[in-house]
Ligand binder design. Structure first.
Ligand code: DUC
Ligand code: ZN
Ligand code: ZN
Length: 477
């Protein structure tokens, strides 16, 4: 009998702490040994000369998420996880969304049935909390947190989702008691609707005006307010999809006061600008997402924040709607206002290769930081570390062996999502996963998906130490 099921031999193995040349021994889906030289396996994968990283954890993506607005999420758990693994992501964390007036528990149960039997890689589930009623905060949410749903997103914008400050305080107080991680979408709702009304009155309805309706200060105000509410009750929060210099300033100011504020950004704020919304006809709708892509100077601020430590995680915010489809970006036709265009861009598959090429390959960040941003910090913040997000003895054998030299021109037809476009069409990058393993199984090799539908498992999340309060609330209550 062999000592290991698989040995990955001779790779340049990167964790968030170090890069070392070693062999990885895998047994029963987990990493069983790390050493200079291992022997005794039925399968040996040669990784000589290649970079080996933990499989990615994408802590913010939307997969098969229902809505009541007439458009559909283009990816279900099968196509979403297929796309994820082809780009090196082996754990996805999408959202079970509560609809107002309805039970959060029912939303989670229903969402789990969407995943069951369909996912190709493992998944954990966040919640979206749109109706923090007494019943939800008093009973459903505490029980759900104990069942492994330890993080949830709240919104400060979108009419059907936004919470007011009082509701946010109620939610934060609950998060403090239960040590849950709160993700915040920070944009000022009233500013956006006021600006949108004025733009529409002036006939400015083309996709490019989406960016005009949500300028940086709109993100700054909400970021500042979210931080203030967090500070008041001493509850760590994670600001998602940070796009603007103004928001970065607020985060850095809060951190300099010693507050526990976590921050996420996404590839769309590194690689797209508002000019991508200003394409002929309706093309710009492909890049409508919120917050919107900004200008080159803001892009640089986001890159600086990745390098300098402002950002803890890089997630995709994969929000897949098809472009040429009346259940997608064109749900209200091509003459409608940007207001009605479903928000979001696809990006599960391109997240890691883009950062590997343009971040590590171009010397902006080192490999350790790449691993921290795409896997380790995500797993730590959301309570699935060290099962996920690292290469260590005992961790799940979720591993990417990179073809460091492979040059790829990104086109939608090489991707594995069910969306009919990619915002990164035509971009040339270097480096792509050659082999991806999920719990020791090769799920991607030679450009082919090799995973069976349903092999992905639900991963319950533990309480994360990232959510532990500092112990010094401003509000003495
Ligand atoms: N913004 C969100 O808040 N969610 C999904 C997509 C987007 O652009
Ligand atoms: Zn959001
Ligand atoms: Zn999102």
């Amino acid at each position: 009998m062999s000592t290991f099921d698989t040995i990955i031999r001779g790779g340049r193995v990167a964790t968030a702490g170090a890069v070392v040349q070693c062999d990885i021994g895998i047994r029963d889906g987990r990493i069983a040994a790390l050493a200079d030289s291992l022997e005794g396996a039925a399968n040996v994968i040669d990784a000589e000369g290649r970079t080996v990283t933990p499989g990615g954890v994408d802590g913010h993506c939307h997969i098969d998420q229902p809505n009541e607005e007439g458009w559909v999420c283009a990816d279900d758990f099968f196509s979403g996880t297929r796309s994820a693994l082809a780009g090196g992501t082996t754990t996805v964390m999408p959202f079970a969304q509560q609809f107002r007036g309805r039970s959060l528990r029912a939303a989670v149960d229903e969402y789990r049935t969407r995943a069951e039997g369909n996912a190709l890689v493992d998944y954990a589930v966040h919640m979206i909390l749109s109706d923090p009623s007494e019943q939800v905060l008093g009973q459903e949410l505490p029980a759900l947190i104990r069942d492994g749903y330890t993080s949830f997103k709240i919104y400060m914008t979108y009419d059907d989702l936004k919470l007011n400050d009082r509701q946010i305080l109620d939610v934060l107080a609950l998060a403090r008691r239960e040590a849950a991680m709160v993700m915040v979408h920070a944009e000022n709702a009233d500013c956006i609707t006021w600006l949108t009304d004025r733009l529409e009155e002036a006939g400015k309805i083309a996709p490019m005006y989406h960016a005009t309706s949500r300028p940086g200060p709109v993100e700054r105000e909400a970021t500042h307010r979210a931080i203030t509410l967090s500070e008041l009750l001493d509850v760590p929060i994670l600001l998602v999809h940070v796009s603007a210099r103004e928001a970065v300033d607020e985060i850095q100011r809060a951190r300099s006061r010693g507050l526990k504020i976590f921050a996420e950004t996404c590839p769309q704020y590194l690689f797209l600008t508002e000019d991508d919304l200003d394409k002929p006809g309706f093309e710009g709708a492909k890049c409508i997402c919120s917050p919107p892509p900004r200008d080159k100077a803001n892009q640089q601020v986001i890159w600086d924040g990745l390098r300098g430590g402002t950002f803890d995680v890089l997630s995709s915010d994969h929000a897949p709607t098809r472009f040429d489809d009346d259940k997608g970006k064109k749900v209200r036709g091509t003459d409608s206002s940007f207001r009605w265009v479903p928000n979001g861009v696809p990006g599960l598959e391109t997240r890691m290769p883009l950062l590997f090429s343009e971040g590590v390959g171009k010397g902006v960040i080192d490999l350790e930081r790449f691993v921290a941003l795409t896997a380790t910090n995500q797993a730590k913040i959301y309570g699935i570390y060290p099962q996920k997000g690292t290469i260590a003895v005992g961790s799940d054998a979720d591993i990417v062996i990179w073809d460091d030299e492979r040059e790829t021109t990104i086109t939608n037809d090489i991707l594995h999502h069910d969306v009919d476009y990619t915002p990164y069409e035509g971009m040339k990058i270097k480096g792509w996963p050659a082999i991806t393993l999920s719990r020791g199984d090769v799920v991607w090799a030679d450009g082919e998906v090799r995973a069976d539908r349903g092999r992905g498992a639900f991963i319950p999340c533990a309480l994360s130490t990232a959510a532990t309060p500092l112990g010094r609330p401003v509000a003495k209550i």
